[in-house]
Write a protein that binds this ligand. Sequence first.
Ligand SMILES: [Zn+2]
Ligand SMILES: [Zn+2]
Length: 206
Amino acid sequence: MIIERLELLPFASNCYIVGAESSKEGMIIDPGAEADRILKRVEDLGLKIRLIVLTHGHMDHVGALKEVKEATAAEVAIHADDARSLQARNPFGTVFGLSRQAPPPPDRLLKGGDSIDIGELHFLVLHTPGHTPGGLCLMGEGVVFSGDTLFNFGIGRTDMPGGSYSQLMDSIHTKLMVLPDNTVVYSGHGPETTIGTERQWNPFLQ
Ligand SMILES: [Zn+2]
Ligand SMILES: [Zn+2]
């Protein structure tokens, strides 16, 4: 499996390019900004992007969605409970004075338990509300893409609209901490970690 992490400016949000090595099919998780850089990397890897998955609807994860969707013609998938935030005017764009193009509507609304197949790769959607109502993690192939739910030594903030600390902790404990220790965690911000490392050392989980 090919996994490429691109840390995007200006929000230091992670975009992941995930590819199946034999079929060369791929998906992009959270194209938050820097569309040209994402698309260049996809081209270098020789991947045919089938799907763009959004871990949630925040600006720092969807900001380059329109350009990346137009260039790849891939379908866009987001959890149903965050779909509306794609349409809503996002405060980040105003606060940081960014000119941003309105994201396109999703093609596929996800829910917990849905499966996502990219070539020979298989993933399961975990609904992990708390950071946002429709936050999701994608689990499979020994890894989990955790969006802004769980970070290396951190957890997602819950002080934005739709956030809930108790929901976030419930999501982490019932959906993520039940995964094997050696599961590699690819977060929405910051470096990768493992479930075992976070179980033992994450200050919010003690
Ligand atoms: Zn977020
Ligand atoms: Zn984020």
